[in-house]
Structures are given as structure tokens and as C-alpha cells.
Design a protein around this ligand. Structure first.
Ligand code: FCB
Length: 468
């Protein structure tokens, strides 16, 4: 059976500035919080950050050529704030803006439509030093950055994402302390929560004033959760985690009201809102970008944050130890649409598996093809169930810098030799290209490969997602 998609469906791949660019301190750019965190907290040598990885800042033209070779009709990338506004004087750095200007022109030359993420986690370090998102001035800093980028690029970029995965950088960066800026500080996180919410809504209003910005949205990581057992404790723990992870931001924007879970999380630090602020929050968006990778089973744990923790994932797992669960994508899309009634893009979906090129230069990453096919299958089902899913962006175009895992997790459709910069399109890249060009039936050799590998695995279609 082959899958069907509408003719105008968007097929893309996604990246982010800090994960692919390299050369973080040249042409007037300043260090980001992720640059400093990587060097100081993760012990990653600056040499690796600047001169290994993908070096897309140098290789961008070749990379656009590869996007074209994959037949993608769109490319999602983010712009680096510390490249564009590096200094305390808040003046734009023309060389930083030129880089993205040329990139956008080159994409258009190949009829590849740009989708631009404004903030994918790399905050200028000097703003972090002034309190980062916890400082109420961060809203103005961000809006100035948004306007600077839009003034230069809005005439040629139709699709804009204000912020990537606010929950992740809030939770992992400011509560758990394992991402930049590395704080375990509820008070800081609570103030940041409010400022991030406001910054997004104000940015949407600003972007609306540019005629060509026809689609404006936000990308959130959405995971279905299921209680590990039927016990009341597990079910309630699961509900808390679902509310926290999936609703903390989206409910606030959608309803213009702060969800109950915020006060459970932030306690006495929960920010106060006036009616004008709550009104601003409800600025409508055109789409929700869903970043989907996996799902979680949740168990009660009296000692854990929100008295809940995830139970061990079950095979098949990716190199991130994330459970492969394609049906969860359908569940996530269904939940988003039923609750928020917007159009949807999948702005990230993919898996980390390490496969090196063979002597003949082939990268036989069959498990990635399997992962992609099974998730595209769920997209097709979502569309036939009436869910307005407009496009799919694979994460990621290139093997790249995977945050705390540095260069050790490979998500790319294109293999990158981080020493020589050689790019090799993986078999998953060719699979995706052929899929886009109409070859949408299930690849046979992949299926048998997977059956061997996952022998005995029961796919969990019967799990009851009562919590969402
Ligand atoms: C998402 C991030 C993206 C990438 C993938 C694997 O949470 O948005 O940058 O690291 O995970």
C-alpha cells in the first residue's frame, strides 16, 4: 500500500544555528549562552565548537545544493541572535544579517521555501549575564531582535517560528540545570516563564505587520504520556506531567489564562498577571509546530519533581534511548488539533542512529528509513482523519551538534565527517527524496530488516492515552 499526501504538502528538513554553524566568534559575532555553557559546563573545547561539527557557516552553499538534491520544497533553520545583535549597544551586525540574507536568496534560487525560527536556544551571553529571560527587559531585547531580522528578511521568508520548544529550555536549562544556562532556580524559571510567554505574543503581533509573513507559529515538543499502571497514583502523576509538559505554554497562549499546573510548579514564585497581559497572550497564531520524537510511561515517585518520573523506555530504542513509538505522533496531532484548533506542521521528527559510510560510500541507515516511514504513515492517517497537517520537517538535514551529547548523536539525513567536512547523503536521504517524488509505498527491504531486528516487539497500539 502506498501513502497519499495532498499535492501542496510541505516536505522539509530542519536545523538550528548553534547545532550546525560553527565559527561562532567570527565576523563580529558574540558568544551565546550555549557556547559558554558548552565550554564551561560540558567541557567541550572551543576548537571543537568552532572548527569541527558541520561548519555550515562556511559550507552553506554546498548545503543548499544538498537540500535541492533531496527534493525538499522547504528548509527550516534558525538565526543566531548573537551573530545578529552581538553587543550591549544593541546595534545590528551587518555581516551576521548578510549571512542569512544570502542563505535565503540561495534557497529561493532552488525554489526551496524558507521557514525561519527566531529563537532556537542560543541567547547572547551578555544578555544571559543580565538575567536572561528572567529579566523583564528580555521582552524588549527579543522584540528588537525580531524586528531587526524581519526588517531584513520578511520580504522573502513566508513562514516564521517565534521560539523553539520553550518548555525544554525552561525545564532543562533553568529547573534541572542540564542545558544552558545551567540553573536550578525556580524563581528564575518562574520569571522567565512569564517573559517568554509575553515575548512570543508580542512578536507575533509585530510579525503580522510585515505583509509577506503569511504563516506565524510556535514549535513545541509534544509527547503523549501514559500511566505505567492503572493505580490512582500513576494516573495522577501522568496527568501532572502531561499538564506540565504539553499545556504549560500552549494553554496560556490559547486561553489567555495561566494553567493550574503553573502554580504547582512555581509555588510562591508563580508570576502575577494583569488583565492587559492576559489579553496580549491570546494573539492568534497560524500554526503549531509539533516536534515529536517519542512518548513516555509515567510512574508516581514521591521524591521526584511533581512526584512523577518516567519509567524505563522499552525497545526498540534509538541511540538517544528514546522509545520508537510512531502511533504517538498521531495521538499528539489529534490532541493538538482537538484542543487548539490550529493548522499544524511537524517541525521536527527524527532519530539518532550511528551509521558510517561503507568503503563504497553508502550509508545504509535502514532503521532511520523505518522510523521515517512509520511516522509518515501516521501523518497520512492524520490527514485522512481531517487533521490539518500541512507539512513535515525531518530532524535533521545534517548530523550535527546534539546539545549535551555534542557530536555523538547522529540525526542527519546527510552524514557529516566532522574532521574533513565531507557530506554523504544517507540511504534515508535517498528514501525521503524518492518518497517526495511519489514513491510512497513501504520499502520491502526495510521492513524485513526491521522485523529481524525488532523480533518479538509488540507495537503498543493498544495503549490507552487516557491522560491526554
Ligand atoms: C529537539 C530540539 C532539536 C534537536 C532535537 C533532537 O528537542 O529542538 O534542536 O536537538 O531535539
Amino acid at each position: 500500500m502506498s501513502l497519499s499526501f495532498p499535492d501542496n504538502f510541505i516536505y522539509g528538513a530542519a536545523t538550528s544555528s548553534f547545532q550546525i554553524e560553527g565559527s561562532y566568534l567570527i565576523d563580529g559575532a558574540a558568544p551565546s549562552n550555549w557556547y559558554n555553557f558548552s565550554v564551561n559546563n560540558l567541557g567541550i573545547p572551543s576548537e571543537v565548537l568552532n572548527h569541527k561539527g558541520c561548519k555550515h557557516y562556511i559550507n552553506w552553499k554546498n548545503d543548499v545544493q544538498l537540500i535541492h538534491e533531496l527534493s525538499l520544497n522547504s528548509y527550516r533553520f534558525s538565526v543566531s541572535w548573537p551573530r545578529i545583535i552581538p553587543d550591549k549597544d544593541q546595534l545590528p551586525n551587518s555581516k551576521g544579517l548578510d549571512f542569512y540574507d544570502h542563505l535565503v536568496d540561495e534557497l529561493h534560487r532552488f525554489n526551496i521555501s524558507p521557514m525561519l525560527t527566531l529563537f532556537h536556544w542560543d541567547l547572547p551571553q551578555h544578555l544571559e549575564d543580565q538575567g536572561g529571560w528572567a529579566n523583564p527587559e528580555s521582552i524588549e531585547w527579543y522584540l528588537h531582535f525580531v524586528e531587526t531580522v524581519a526588517d531584513r528578511l520578511a520580504d522573502r521568508v513566508p513562514a516564521w517560528i517565534t521560539i523553539n520548544e520553550p518548555w525544554v529550555f525552561l525545564h532543562l536549562g533553568m529547573i534541572k540545570g542540564i542545558h544552558a544556562p545551567g540553573y536550578k532556580d525556580l524563581k528564575h524559571a518562574a520569571s522567565s516563564y512569564k517573559n517568554i510567554l509575553m515575548a512570543h505574543s508580542e512578536a507575533v503581533r509585530i510579525l503580522r505587520s510585515y505583509n509577506n509573513c503569511s504563516e506565524i507559529g510556535i514549535s513545541c515538543n509534544i509527547s503523549p504520556f501514559t500511566p505505567e499502571t492503572d493505580s490512582r497514583e500513576d494516573v495522577e502523576a501522568c496527568q501532572r506531567i502531561h499538564d506540565y509538559h504539553n499545556k504549560l505554554f500552549l494553554d496560556a497562549w490559547h486561553k489567555g489564562d495561566i494553567p493550574e499546573i503553573a502554580s504547582q510548579v512555581f509555588g510562591k514564585h508563580t508570576p502575577k498577571w494583569n488583565s492587559e497581559e492576559l489579553r496580549i497572550l491570546q494573539e492568534p497564531i497560524d500554526f503549531i509546530g509539533v516536534n515529536y520524537y517519542t512518548f513516555f510511561r509515567v510512574r508516581y515517585d514521591p521524591h521526584a519533581f511533581l512526584q512523577a518520573r518516567s519509567a524505563p523506555p522499552r525497545p526498540p530504542l534509538t541511540d538517544m534511548k528514546w522509545e520508537v513509538y510512531p502511533r504517538g505522533l498521531f495521538k499528539a496531532l489529534e490532541w493538538i488539533y482537538n484542543r487548539y484548533h490550529t493548522e499544524i506542521y511537524i517541525t521536527e521528527n527524527g532519530c539518532a542512529y550511528t551509521y558510517e559510510p561503507s568503503n563504497s560510500g553508502e550509508v545504509t541507515d535502514n532503521r532511520r528509513i523505518d522510523y521515517m516511514y512509520r511516522h509518515l504513515e501516521q501523518c497520512s492517517m492524520a490527514i485522512s482523519n481531517g487533521i490539518p497537517l500541512k507539512g513535515y520537517y525531518a530532524w535533521s538535514l545534517l548530523d550535527n551538534f546534539e546539545w549535551t551529547f555534542a557530536l555523538n548523536k547522529r540525526f542527519g539525513l546527510i552524514h557529516v565527517d566532522f574532521d574533513t567536512q565531507k557530506r554523504t547523503i544517507k540511504n534515508s536521504g535517498y528514501f525521503y527524496r524518492d518518497f517526495i517524488n511519489g514513491k510512497t509505498e513501504k520499502p520491502d527491504h526495510v521492513r524485513s530488516d526491521v522485523i529481524n531486528q525488532y523480533e518479538g516487539v509488540v507495537w503498543h497500539d493498544d495503549i490507552n492515552f487516557r491522560a491526554i
